[in-house]
Design a protein around this ligand. Structure first.
Ligand code: GLN
Length: 493
């Protein structure tokens, strides 16, 4: 087995016992990137020198007998909307193409402190607005299970990096599904933490009341190890939670006895693939067989949730993106007047989806429409929260699909924003409610593409999500952890 095929946990074990060096581990991933990323396009920027330098440091410290953090020397890929000091952070937008942050996001400080080498910055939909990674201003990312399919989005680059063995772990961000939906489409594990659990400081803002950073991994244990590093209070994020952080990776053995699971029932009209629905019910029976108590519920506000999200998120975006004016950040187009400069900078710097969101948001916030749209959406959000509170009186965990369909074709939905928005239908209400939610692979569809389950818990119950995900891992032995990259045929795997 190649080093790039190992889980983060296994790599950390091998590093700790000095079976391998971090430089060897990093080299293995860099070679893999060279081999497969030209086909997949998961990365916007590679940082091989920086990664090897950190790895070298870790190796000499280890040789010197220094006690190192659990993931020291295990490399990671980072979504390119997370600020990295001295390293371009583009948000996959022309407007930030040459932006080099003068500071690190809090999560980056955490992974640097843990001595994890950073392999590069990964592709996304521009400003994380999208569900397929096709809205990147630079290039789309391809799904490693089938190059003609999207990887989902907006954290498509991060998810593909892990799925294709280009990184054992990655950081993504989830505003309304952007970790979970691509994780489902690429057969990976992805967590959206409770709102406020992971600092947003240095995450380039899309919709601040919804944005969360979270881990993308091959296994629940790997995700838990990364959460150990990034979760916790941060005075630099005013919405950060001060609750104590558990050891997410300790004692992850699932115990399903008396666990109450509510299966979310969707309208069949919602565009659900029947095999996806079947996978959810199969998972529910498995849980029941092992001692869980399973019931069914509907979240009646799901349809309104999508509409509310697509008012609230653009409203916040229209305000957050006001700062890109050609003065404060790199990209700027000269013009005769200052107004013309603003307008040409923004006109050329933003792509069509970002402009659409800014227009929707500005409209929804404008005098006369605020009450009719934004305020109403906020009321729906409150009702959604209480729907969840009700659901959690009866159930410890909610189980549903992480995406209504397996990965769709590149180009299939790009001309039809509404169809694209509908692909987040499973993920949005959790985000509006601020509760933690995790995507875990559920096996393969008859098309050969992965299907993902979504588990949702009460605020701060991330550990229960990881434990339950682990239960599914134990029962899916026949399904490969990663796709065979058939396009590499004739050149090894
Ligand atoms: N796909 C959703 C959107 O386009 C969610 C994006 C996200 O979570 N960043 O807004």
């Amino acid at each position: 087995m190649h080093l790039y095929e190992q889980t983060a946990f296994e790599l950390s074990r091998m590093l700790n016992s000095r079976e391998v060096s971090s430089v060897e581990v990093v080299r293995s991933f860099l070679e893999r990137i060279d081999e497969v990323d030209p086909h997949l396009k998961a990365f916007i920027n590679y940082t091989p020198n920086q990664a090897l330098e950190t790895a070298g440091e870790v190796d000499s410290k280890r040789i010197g007998g220094e006690k190192l953090p659990a993931l020291a020397g295990v490399p990671i890929a980072v979504k390119d909307n997370i600020s990295t000091m001295g390293l371009q952070t583009t948000c996959a937008s022309r407007i930030l193409e040459n932006y080099v942050p003068p500071f690190d996001a809090t999560v980056i400080s955490a992974i640097k402190k843990a001595k994890m080498p950073i392999l590069g910055k990964t592709n996304l939909d521009e400003f994380a607005m999208g569900s397929s990674t096709e809205n990147s201003a630079f290039f789309p990312t391809h799904n490693p299970w089938n190059l003609e399919r999207v990887p989902g989005g907006s954290s498509g680059g991060s998810v593909v990096a892990v799925a294709a063995g280009m990184a054992p772990l990655a950081l993504g961000s989830d505003t309304g599904g952007s970790i979970r939906q691509p994780a489902a489409m690429c057969g990976m594990t992805g967590l959206r933490p409770t709102y406020g659990r992971v600092s947003r400081y240095g995450l380039i803002a899309f919709a601040s009341s919804l944005d969360q950073i979270g881990p993308v991994s091959l296994t629940a244990l790997d995700g838990a190890l990364l959460m150990n590093l990034i979760a916790g209070y941060d005075p630099l994020d005013s919405t950060s939670l001060s609750d104590a952080v558990p050891d997410y990776s300790a004692r992850l053995e699932p115990d399903l006895n008396n666990l109450r699971i509510g299966v979310i029932r969707y309208d069949q009209g919602d565009g659900f693939d029947p095999e996806v629905t079947a996978a959810v019910y199969k998972a529910a029976s498995l849980l029941e067989e092992y001692g869980a108590r399973v019931g069914e519920l509907t979240l009646p506000l799901t349809d309104y949730g999508l509409s509310a999200y697509y008012l609230i998120a653009p409203s916040e975006a229209s305000s957050n993106l006001g700062r890109y004016d050609g003065v404060r950040y790199g990209f700027s187009v000269d013009a005769d007047s200052i107004e013309a400069m603003f307008s040409r900078t923004r006109g050329e710097g933003f792509g069509p989806e970002v402009k659409r969101r800014i227009m929707i948001g500005t409209y929804a916030l404008s005098a006369g429409y605020y009450d009719a749209y934004y305020l109403k959406a906020m009321k729906v959000r409150t009702m959604i929260r209480s729907d969840y509170e009700e659901a959690f009186k009866k159930y410890d965990l909610l189980l549903g699909a992480a995406s209504p369909t397996p990965a769709f074709r590149l180009g299939e939905k790009i001309e039809d924003p509404l169809q694209m928005y509908l692909s987040d239908v499973c993920n949005i209400t959790d985000a509006l409610a601020g509760v933690p939610s995790l995507a875990v692979p559920a096996g393969l569809h008859s098309s050969g593409l992965p299907v993902g389950l979504q588990l949702t818990a009460r605020p701060l119950k991330e550990k229960l999500l990881f434990k339950t995900a682990r239960f599914f891992e134990e029962h899916r032995k026949q399904v490969p952890l990663r796709p065979e990259l058939n396009f590499l045929e004739g050149r090894g795997r």
